[in-house]
Write a protein that binds this ligand. Structure first.
Ligand SMILES: [Zn+2]
Length: 166
């Protein structure tokens, strides 16, 4: 009996811990989502959020390019509520949640596109995709480059294949 009682708080703690490790947040206001788009920031891994914002502002964006950013250490940063539209895929942003990992460029020379995902980024991306698929079961998970008429390599790996069974 004593042992059983001791187990109850542990179960509560474990449940709380699981909740705390959720990487995404449900939208404040629901939005119809058809796509979960995976991106790379096409920057060096050590870029900053301020530098990313400079790039978005230069392109006339008043909102972030992505809903979620995954930093090289696996830290996930939400930039915009999922209920709002971000600027990830031209002409497809209205039904899309945009997720990007930071990196993709090593030397900065033209054509320097790489899958620079760290193990931590791979783990976080997979978890984000799982959470978003649970929230939007009908959504298609694909890379930016998999949208029609996109002449980009983003996200520099085959996201469609990698997350096909999520
Ligand atoms: Zn992209």
């Amino acid at each position: 009996m004593k042992a059983l009682l001791a187990l109850i708080p542990l179960a509560i703690i474990l449940t709380a811990a699981r909740k705390m490790t959720t990487l995404t947040k449900p939208p404040q206001k629901a939005r119809a989502i058809k796509y979960i788009a995976i991106h790379v920031t096409a920057t060096q891994q050590n870029t900053t959020l301020a530098a990313l914002w400079q790039g978005w502002k230069a392109r006339g964006f008043t909102r972030a390019g992505y809903h979620y950013l995954v930093w090289p250490n696996g830290r996930v940063e939400q930039l915009i509520d999922e209920g709002l539209i971000s600027n990830g895929v031209a002409n497809y942003n209205t039904p899309t949640v945009n997720v990007a990992y930071v990196g993709g460029i090593i030397t900065g020379k033209p054509g320097d596109y790489h899958d620079t995902r760290t193990p931590e980024q791979k783990i976080a991306l997979l978890q984000i995709v799982r959470e978003l698929k649970a929230r939007y079961p009908g959504a298609i998970v694909q890379g930016h480059r998999d949208f029609p008429n996109v002449a980009k390599t983003c996200p520099n790996f085959n996201a469609k294949a990698e997350y096909a069974n999520v």
